[in-house]
Design a protein around this ligand. Sequence first.
Ligand code: LMR
Length: 398
Amino acid sequence: IWQNVPEAPPDAILGIAAAYKACEHPQKVNICVGAYRDDNGNPYVLPTVRKAEYRLLEQNEVKEYLPIEGDRDFVYCAMKFAYGREMDIENHVAAVQSLSGTGACMLGGQFLAQFWGSDHPIYVPNPTWGNHIKIFKQCGLKVRKYRYYDRSKNALDFEGMLKDIKRAKDGSIILLHACAHNPTGCDPTMEQWKEIVSLISSKSHIAFFDSAYQGFATGNSEKDAQAFRYAVSQHVPILLAQSFAKNFGLYGERVGTLSIVCGDVVQKEHIMSELRSIIRPLYSSPPRHGSSIVKTILMDPALKEEYYQECAKMAIRIKKMRKKLEEALQVAGSIHDWSHITKQIGMFAYTGMDEAMCKQLTEEFSIFLTTNGRISMAGLNNTNLTYVANAIQTVTAG
Ligand code: LMR
């Protein structure tokens, strides 16, 4: 009876990760998915995460359902982590636990489609994380793009970005990457953020921040939250999708939050009730292990301090690999200017390689990356660096 079901195309990111797994080349390299690897190319569990897990085991943590909106202590800690100590969470933030950043974007998109109206388009940066477009379309929102990155200059197209946000009809939703823009690794400066926020405010737009890399971009969680904290200080209506996948290395635990900054406690309770109504038929309530880990770390000052250092270490290793890649490309004989690799921040380098070059890297060298030229810097290490640099020099030389 299912003969009319067509085969869907593989996912642009996770489909390539699956192809990497199936590949038998001894020197295969995975620089596709944004997941941290240590210097031996192995997945990394943060020591504080392990410590928290031992504690949970000792405490005989139960496996009961969480409330629909998730673990309240976790959500409270997550909000303090995001918005800072000063924020009046109790009165001004409606927040629920989500299935990582993807789930948070989905909940936010559904909320906006229902309560802001599907005739208000959502503007996403061009380019953006491919899943954003799928998520918001599935929520019934009209998805449009604003200029973000100038490929000819390998830099932010700030003028184009402002023009497009200005041209968008009043009351549009503007999706912004809070830090470490995926895929470009290129963020506005704080001065530029101020201009963006002021423009959004003057157009009565809603700012929807996706924060997937807090602490991972600069190694400093406070600094990486500056953009949306500034937007809050300017009373711009904001939604925030928060993920703990990268900064806590909790990829498979699916832990995050969606929060909506609101006027008062009555609005907050109304929004909470509607978010519960969205969540219940979708997945009832979120999983508890990941959020218990984050809560255990954030509620213990000593563990939290250790965590900050571990997160900063990951950011520093990636930063070092950027320098090493730029140098290795020079040593490999490349005459191109690769300086953008060290200017970019976060998990990814947006190399400027085109689709044909990326496909050649995969077909001839078993180096797996997304076809937009994005490299997950975390997949590079001292063992595979020269191999990758030589291959990039080969495919970009002509
Ligand atoms: C990525 O961009 O590689 C990550 O955010 C993983 C994903 O889910 O796409």
